[in-house]
Design a protein around this ligand. Structure first.
Ligand SMILES: [Zn+2]
Length: 244
């Protein structure tokens, strides 16, 4: 009899614990690694891995911002995000100087972290008329983070015809085993935006907006983000994939 009662209590405890980490979307959360990210978004994470795009031999976008290549502007914004977050997170950079790291190397760095998220910082390039921020995500567990960062970025980066939130299977959105997003902070090819991005105070505002989205994700998880998109069980992105 006692045995049965204990069993029942034990079962109730397990069910209770499962219920507590299940998000309103029905996905179970978790701060560990996940291959497909088919779970609720992270909450209460400690480590933020900030990835300044390109570097070294890879300058990034063709356009220049007052002579500054994308790799330099991305590093500047990334360092600002790091200093915005370092009082409340273990905020790390994949590179802190002008050197090249292959995309798969960045994925490997991300996969060595625990209780963490990845935020890759880039600048976009395209027809002169395009302006504004775009936030790329792929995994279900990265959707809310992408949405929160995109929302706060739009308050700063005012572009009328940008693509906003984009679900795309990129090396840095699909391959890491932690939640990750790639943020295009504006178009170097757009004269008005390139002019804005050349000012340190504007880049500081962009970094503050990205940090604000990250803090909100850590504080609230998926709460208020609506129904999470369904996971897509696609293979990792490869260099040969279009726009890898
Ligand atoms: Zn880039």
């Amino acid at each position: 009899m006692i045995h049965k009662i204990l069993m029942r209590c034990g079962l109730l405890l397990v069910l209770g614990a499962l219920a507590s980490c299940e998000s309103p979307s029905g996905f179970v959360g978790g701060s560990g690694h996940s291959q497909y990210g088919d779970r609720a978004g992270p909450k209460g994470f400690r480590t933020v891995l900030i990835d300044p795009g390109h570097g070294g031999k890879d300058s990034g976008a063709r356009g220049r911002i007052r002579g500054m290549p994308e790799k330099a502007v991305a590093l500047d914004i990334a360092k600002r995000v790091q200093s915005e977050l370092s009082s409340s997170f273990d905020a790390r950079l994949t590179r802190s100087s002008d050197h090249f790291i292959p995309l798969d190397g960045r994925v490997a760095i991300a996969n060595k972290t625990r209780d963490s998220i990845l935020v890759s910082i880039h600048l976009n390039d395209g027809p002169r008329r395009l302006a504004g921020a775009e936030t790329y995500w792929w995994r279900t567990d990265s959707y809310s983070l992408a949405k929160r960062v995109d929302t706060s970025l739009r308050a700063v980066v005012k572009g009328s015809n940008n693509r906003g939130l984009v679900r795309r299977r990129l090396r840095l959105t699909r391959n890491p085993e932690i939640p990750g997003i790639l943020v295009e902070c504006g178009y170097v090819s757009n004269p008005r935006e390139a002019d804005l991005l050349s000012s340190a105070s504007y880049r500081a505002k962009v970094a503050q907006a990205i940090a604000k989205g990250i803090r909100a994700q850590a504080a609230y998880g998926d709460a208020g983000m609506g129904t999470l998109p369904k996971p897509i069980y696609a293979p990792p992105s490869k260099a040969t994939d279009a726009r890898g």
